[in-house]
Design a protein. Structure first.
Length: 483
C-alpha cells in the first residue's frame, strides 16, 4: 500500500481541478463526496432527527447531497441554510434537494445530529453570527456533530481556529487525503474520528505524509539467514556522569531491542561502576577525552549522544568528536541544548544522515523564533531541517519528522502514556538502532516514532520508560507478519 499523503488546501483544489479537466464533472465529485459522508454517518449512527447546516460554497453543496441521501434512506432530515448557494455545483445540489430548507438556527427543532457543511478547509475568516454561536454550542454537543471536510472555523492548512469560535466534531469526513488540519493540534482534536473517502481524484504528488508502516515498512532492516551481529549494525551511546547514567542505558536498550547487533555504552571512568551494575547484553567501554571517544567510534555505524550527557564543554566537544567519524549521529536533549549559544557551530558539522530530536523548548534553543514564526509545526520542522542540513524530529502530540530535502511526516498514533520521564531517551535509542542497521535516517526516525507510540499503547496506564524497550518486540512481530 502506498504511503498516505497529506495535502494542503491548494493541493487538494488542484487535484479537484485536474479531475474535472480530465473529464469528471464537478457535480459528480460533489455527489460522491456527499454520498461518502452519508455512508459514514449511517455506519455509525441510527436514524435520528438530523439538521444539515449548509453554507454558500461547495461544502454546503456537499451538505445538500448528504441530506438527500439520508432522506432517501429513511432519515428525518432537514437543511438549515446559512446563505443561498453561490457555485454552480452547489446550486445544482440544492435544486435536487426536495426536503425542507430553513434558515440557519431558525428551525425551532431539536436535532439529535448536526452535519456541519457550512465552510470547508479553505475558509480564511472567522465565523460570525449564528455560525459562531453554533460553533460554540458544538463543544457541548460534539458527540452529535459530523463535519464535512474540516470543522467550520478551523484552518485547513494550520489546524488553528480562525477566530474565537470553531466547530468541534465527533466525526470528520474528508476526501482523497488528509489535510494538515486533520493531523495537527488543535485541529486534530476538533476533528474527532477522521474518515478519508476516495471520490475518484487522480494521483497526486506531495512530500508530506501520514507516518505509518506504509511509509517505511518495505525498507525496514529485517535480518536474514546470513545475518550476524556485526552485520546488524554497531551502535554506541555516550553516558553521562556517575549520577546521570540511566538515560544512556534507556537509549542503549532501545537500540538493542530495535535490532542493532552490537550496542556499547561509552562512559567516563567515574560512571563505569554504576553502568556495569545494570548492563548485560549492552557492552561498556571507558573513555576520558573527546579524542578517545572519536577513536572508539571510528568503526561504528551510529551514535546516540545527549540523554543526561550534561550541558557543558565536555558534551560539546564529544559531539564534535563524533561528527568527525563516519557514524550517523542521533542528538537528543543535552547534546542539543549545549549548542544554544552557537547553533551554527553544530550545523556546520552535521550531515543529512544525522538526526536531531528536540522537544519544543530545545527546538527554540537551536532555531530561535522559527516555531513562533511558522504557520504550523510542519513548516517549522522543514525550515529547521533545511537550516541544519539534518533530519529533525519535533516532538509533541503531533510529532513531525522533516528531512533536508523537504520530505515530512506527521505521527498520528501519539500516545498520552509517553508523558513520562525517559521516554525520549528510548526514542533516541530506537532511531539510533535503526540507523545503525542501515535504514535511511528520515525513514528510521519515522519508524522509530511510530513504534515508540505503538509500544506505549500496548502497555497503557502505568507505563514507565523502562517498559518501552521490552514492548518493542511485540510491535516488531506484528510488523514482520504484515510485510
Amino acid at each position: 500500500m502506498p504511503a498516505r499523503q497529506i495535502l494542503t488546501t491548494a493541493e487538494t483544489a488542484q487535484a479537484d481541478q485536474a479531475a474535472i479537466a480530465a473529464g469528471t464533472l464537478g457535480a459528480v465529485l460533489m455527489e460522491r463526496a456527499g454520498t461518502a459522508v452519508a455512508d459514514a454517518i449511517c455506519a455509525r449512527f441510527r436514524p435520528k432527527p438530523t439538521a444539515v447546516l449548509s453554507g454558500p460554497g461547495n461544502n454546503g453543496g456537499d451538505g445538500y447531497v448528504v441530506a438527500r441521501v439520508l432522506k432517501s434512506r429513511g432519515w428525518n432530515v432537514w437543511v438549515e441554510r446559512l446563505a443561498e448557494p453561490t457555485t454552480d455545483d452547489a446550486r445544482a445540489a440544492a435544486a435536487a434537494w426536495t426536503g425542507e430548507t430553513l434558515e440557519l438556527g431558525q428551525s425551532g427543532r431539536t436535532a439529535e445530529l448536526l452535519v456541519d457543511g457550512l465552510f470547508g478547509a479553505g475558509l480564511a475568516r472567522p465565523l460570525e453570527g449564528e455560525a459562531a454561536r453554533l460553533a460554540r454550542a458544538s463543544h457541548r454537543l460534539r458527540d452529535r456533530v459530523v463535519a464535512i471536510d474540516v470543522p467550520s472555523g478551523v484552518s485547513g492548512d494550520t489546524g488553528r481556529p480562525l477566530g474565537e469560535a470553531a466547530f468541534c466534531a465527533a466525526l470528520t469526513v474528508t476526501f482523497h487525503a488528509r489535510k494538515p488540519a486533520h493531523v495537527l493540534e488543535p485541529g486534530r482534536g476538533a476533528c474527532g474520528e477522521v474518515v478519508v473517502a476516495d471520490i475518484g481524484l487522480g494521483e497526486t504528488k506531495a512530500q508530506l505524509f501520514e507516518n505509518g508502516p506504509e511509509l517505511w515498512l518495505e525498507r525496514f532492516p529485517w535480518p536474514d539467514a546470513a545475518s550476524h551481529k556485526h552485520a546488524r549494525g554497531r551502535l554506541i551511546v555516550v553516558s553521562g556522569e556517575a549520577w546521570s547514567t540511566g538515560a544512556a542505558r534507556l537509549a542503549a536498550r532501545g537500540g538493542l531491542r530495535i535490532g542493532a547487533g552490537l550496542v556499547t555504552i561509552h562512559a567516563p571512568p567515574e560512571s563505569l561502576a554504576s553502568n556495569a551494575a545494570h548492563l548485560e547484553a549492552v557492552m561498556l567501554r571507558p573513555f576520558e577525552t573527546d579524542l578517545e571517544l572519536e577513536q572508539a567510534a571510528a568503526d561504528v555505524d551510529a551514535a546516540v549522544i545527549g540523554p543526561a550527557a550534561g550541558v557543558g564543554e565536555t558534551t560539546l566537544m564529544n559531539v564534535l568528536a563524533l561528527a568527525r567519524t563516519g557514524a550517523a549521529l542521533v542528538l537528543d536533549a543535552d547534546a542539543i541544548t549545549v549548542f544554544r549559544d552557537d547553533p551554527e557551530e553544530l550545523f556546520s558539522v552535521l550531515d543529512r544522515d544525522d538526526v536531531l530530536t528536540p522537544h519544543p523548548g530545545e527546538f527554540e534553543r537551536l532555531f530561535p523564533g522559527v516555531l513562533a514564526a511558522a504557520p504550523e509545526r510542519i513548516t517549522a520542522a522543514r525550515r529547521a531541517a533545511e537550516r541544519a542540513g539534518a533530519v529533525v524530529l519535533l516532538k509533541g502530540p503531533d510529532t513531525v519528522v522533516a528531512a533536508p530535502d523537504g520530505r515530512a511526516a506527521v505521527n498520528l498514533n501519539g500516545s498520552p502514556w509517553l508523558a513520562t520521564a525517559g521516554s525520549g531517551d528510548v526514542l533516541a535509542g530506537f532511531i539510533g538502532g535503526l540507523v545503525a542497521q542501515g535504514m535511511e535516517s528520515f525513514e528510521a526516525a519515522c519508524a522509530a516514532a511510530w513504534i515508540h507510540s505503538e509500544a506505549a499503547e500496548l502497555h497503557g496506564p502505568g507505563l514507565i520508560s523502562e517498559d518501552l524497550p521490552g514492548l518493542a518486540p511485540g510491535v516488531l512481530r506484528r510488523l514482520y507478519d504484515e510485510r
